[in-house]
Design a protein around this ligand. Structure first.
Ligand SMILES: C[S@@+](CC[C@H](N)C(=O)[O-])C[C@H]1O[C@@H](n2cnc3c(N)ncnc32)[C@H](O)[C@@H]1O
Length: 284
């Protein structure tokens, strides 16, 4: 049996039931992405839509598994190296006069993006004053992020990407991956060194309906997350980010994401970075 969900009405019923029987609200995720993920859930579990909805109503452990399966967790160290080179050369150094640098990685998955950023902050001598919070709704990914242990086979690009990015900086002379990773040939793992692992606080947070710390951030990373949301939810999340950034704070989105519509005027695009316009003050 190959189940392919093409009926949007069925999807809506499923999403409403999921919302009713859990804290999760995927109603404003993009239809195409949800349809693909739900088709996969049906096939992996060998059930049809009616059975899926029945299990959602009765089995809370199953609900958690469904949520893990709906989220797309693809990530890598220094994903899109050009963006990290820009940050390293042109944007992160501008924070050097700050006493404390507050950073939020929203939708951090298993943490590779977070550790990539910490490596650059360390190279720039900014690590000690960085306060980093990294959030996601997928608890399994957060567990991996906290351990900082990765399968080398699935993180093949880490070595090339790190060299590629760091070699563009001024302090490029002796970049070695061993500075940041313990590499075990025996079990095929790479482990982030503890001086980096102890910096970020990884915690559960749902962008759709959760509250984050009361502090304001100098940088918010939210890469390859908005792409899974519909336009209305994207706008709500951009509003949240705008409110949570300091004036001239930086918002960093994925390659295929942008600030559109109402919020376009509230940010200035500068290279890969959206900078919060200080000219505007808003009451939300
Ligand atoms: C494709 S990954 C992106 C990871 C990383 N930012 C990167 O670009 O490599 C998207 C992440 O967003 C998370 N996510 C999806 N919906 C979310 C929500 N409502 N709140 C917080 N995180 C969410 C997923 O669990 C997933 O880990």
């Amino acid at each position: 049996m190959t189940e392919k969900v093409e009926n949007i009405a069925e999807i809506r019923i499923f999403l409403r039931e999921l919302k009713k029987h859990s804290s999760y609200d995927f109603c404003d995720y993009s239809d195409s992405s949800i349809m693909r993920r739900v088709s996969k859930i049906l096939n992996d579990n060998k059930i049809d839509m009616d059975q899926l909805i029945t299990r959602i109503r009765t089995d809370s452990e199953f609900v958690e598994n469904v949520v893990q399966d709906i989220t797309v967790n693809t990530t890598e160290f220094f994903r899109d190296p050009w963006m990290w080179k820009e940050l390293y050369k042109n944007y992160l150094p501008s924070l050097k006069n700050k006493k404390i640098i507050n950073i939020w990685h929203a939708g951090c998955s298993s943490g590779q993006e977070v550790y990539s950023n910490l490596i650059l902050l360390n190279e720039l001598g900014l690590l000690d004053k960085s306060r980093v919070v990294a959030t996601d709704i997928n608890n399994e990914m957060l567990k991996i992020a906290r351990t900082g242990v990765y399968n080398a086979k699935y993180n093949k690009t880490f070595d090339d990407n790190i060299r590629d990015v760091l070699e563009c900086g001024e302090m490029s002379a002796d970049v070695s991956v061993e500075k940041y990773f313990d590499i075990s040939e025996d079990d095929g793992t790479i482990r982030i060194k503890s001086f980096l692992r102890k910096i970020p606080v990884f915690k559960y947070h749902d962008l759709v309906n959760g509250d984050i710390d009361s502090i304001k951030f100098d940088i918010i990373f939210c890469r390859n997350v908005l792409i899974y949301f519909n336009t209305s939810l994207q706008t709500r999340i951009l509003q949240k980010f705008h409110k949570k950034l300091v004036n001239r704070g930086m918002l960093i989105l994925g390659n295929h994401e942008g600030v559109n519509g109402f919020y376009r005027a509230k940010f200035s695009k500068d290279g890969p970075v959206y900078i919060k316009n200080s000219a505007y003050t808003f009451q939300f």
